[in-house]
Design a protein around this ligand. Structure first.
Ligand code: NAD
Length: 451
């Protein structure tokens, strides 16, 4: 049905795109309480966190798209060289057709609907598969979205690995996947069978450097906020800290203070501190804690799926903590003497989604920018690079490829089409065979002189 809808051409109209975006906004407003309850049931997210990182972000993304959509859709005229005149040429962005969006569980609403905003803005039909690991949010998306959006163009398929595999058997015109590197590879293999273009939004280990001149108090507050938001289950969270050796003790103290300021003496009692998504991830984090040296935290409770905000000192590069993405509230800290050491360490691993740096020294900032690679870089803060609708958001190398948010999302979900419109007259013989020596000589002079 979706393909038939796309072929009818309805979704290409500016009016249809705007209507769907406005309807999505109405869904976010009218279902806000239901969404907040689902996010609380899945991850124990507080209403404030749900508002800030899920619904409010999405509403901002919709407003941004509505404001700019007309200009994004405008064809770009280009000059036609004299030799091809009389003619007019332009290129424009066209929808791919029927796209598949596969979301992950950690921001289960945002990771399905932000790509959907881009897909609708670009005039596509879409199939959305939310993550089965966040079943309450998945259910809200599946049961409520259809009351707002064009059912002939957008549908939600709930399910897990088997449903995901079955969807990938179908031919889609574009695939947008958010999740782990391991599954990302499988999605890419499946896409290759149909030569389907795709975006992979993956994870990785995002480092945060705190250099010698950093403002430690502010760095500590911002790092603690970014790391323990959603209990560390954020693809962009600082995975580990690289701290100048002269500032480590001071940073440990300030981070401990920030944890108490934000979540109280017992974070388990804080209404603002979320829980681990499931038993599997809880056990994985408990195993990572074994044999580590705590600076603070370390408590876990399997029944409550609770892992305290935890900071670990004396971590060695060969520690299990440093072998893969932590994706939980454990923050290993390693000291360095020279910035080059820290940069060399980052370069040894796969390219992360983000690199963070706390330093006000322009030369240090420039060195980090030049000698590292990542999807994004944020200086003196964390996470906000992904909140700015006009900044493309995406990975690089190990953290994926392709980008979305704002115009980048519109471009991701549309393909470029070039159109040349030639006049029928004149139609000189020059280009047609037989060529002969005189014609070729004339053509050579014409081409080299006129183009
Ligand atoms: P997940 O288990 O929710 O899987 C993601 C999606 O893939 C789900 O919808 C799942 O059902 C589906 N899936 C699983 N196996 C599949 C298969 N064989 N075929 C088709 N679909 C399949 O999430 P996850 O993978 O645990 O996600 C966590 C990872 O995602 C972390 O690495 C995190 O860093 C990354 N992440 C990245 C971003 C980003 O924007 N770059 C955002 C959030 C999370």
């Amino acid at each position: 049905m979706l393909r038939a809808t796309f072929q009818q051409g309805t979704t290409r109209d500016l009016k249809w795109r705007r209507t769907q975006l406005l309807a999505l906004d109405t869904f976010l407003v009218e279902c806000e309480a239901e969404i907040a309850r689902a996010l609380h049931d899945d991850l124990r997210k507080s209403p404030a966190e749900s508002f800030l990182t899920e619904t409010n972000f999405l509403r901002g993304e919709i407003r941004f798209a509505l404001r700019h959509l007309k200009s994004w859709m405008k064809p770009h005229r280009v000059l036609v060289p004299l030799i091809y005149q009389p003619a007019k040429a332009h290129y424009s962005r066209e929808p791919y057709g029927v796209v598949l969006i596969i979301g992950a569980w950690n921001y289960p609403l945002q990771l399905c609907l932000a790509p959907l905003i881009s897909a609708l803005a670009a005039g596509n039909c879409a199939v959305i598969k939310p993550s089965e690991q966040a079943p309450h949010t998945s259910a809200v998306i599946a049961t409520r979205l259809k009351d707002y959006l064009d059912r002939s163009a957008i549908c939600v398929i709930e399910g897990g690995v088997e449903e995901g595999k079955a969807l990938l058997e179908q031919r889609f015109d574009y695939i947008f996947y958010t999740g782990s590197q391991e599954i990302g590879q499988k999605v890419m293999l499946a896409a290759a069978r149909h030569l389907t273009p795709l975006t992979l939004e993956l994870g990785g280990k995002c480092p945060c450097i705190v250099d010698e001149d950093a403002d430690i108090k502010i760095a500590a507050r911002r790092i603690v906020w970014a790391k323990f938001l959603n209990a560390g289950q954020t693809c962009l969270a600082p995975d580990y800290l690289l701290v100048h050796e002269k500032r480590t003790d001071e940073l440990f103290l300030s981070m401990q203070q920030a944890i108490t300021d934000f979540y109280g003496a017992d974070p388990r009692q804080s209404p603002d501190y979320p829980r681990i998504i499931n038993e599997h991830h809880l056990q994985r984090l408990q195993m990572l804690l074994e044999g580590t040296t705590l600076s603070c935290g370390g408590d876990t409770d399997s029944v409550d799926r609770y892992v305290a905000p935890t900071i670990l000192r004396g971590v060695r590069p060969e520690s299990p903590l440093m072998q893969s993405e932590i994706f939980g509230p454990l923050l290993p800290v390693m000291a360095y003497r020279e910035l080059d050491e820290a940069l060399a360490f980052i370069r040894q691993g796969k390219e992360p989604l983000a690199i963070y740096l706390f330093s006000s020294d322009r030369q240090v900032q420039e060195r980090v920018l030049r000698h590292s690679r990542s999807g994004g870089l944020c200086i003196n803060d964390l996470l906000f690079q992904a909140a700015i609708h006009s900044l493309p958001f995406g990975g690089f190398g190990g953290s994926g490829f392709g980008a979305y948010h704002g115009r980048a999302g519109f471009e991701t979900f549309s393909c470029q089409r070039s159109v040349l419109h030639r006049a029928l007259h004149p139609d000189p013989d020059l280009r047609y065979p037989p060529y002969g020596i005189r014609k070729i000589g004339f053509l050579r002079r014409l081409v080299s002189g006129v183009t």
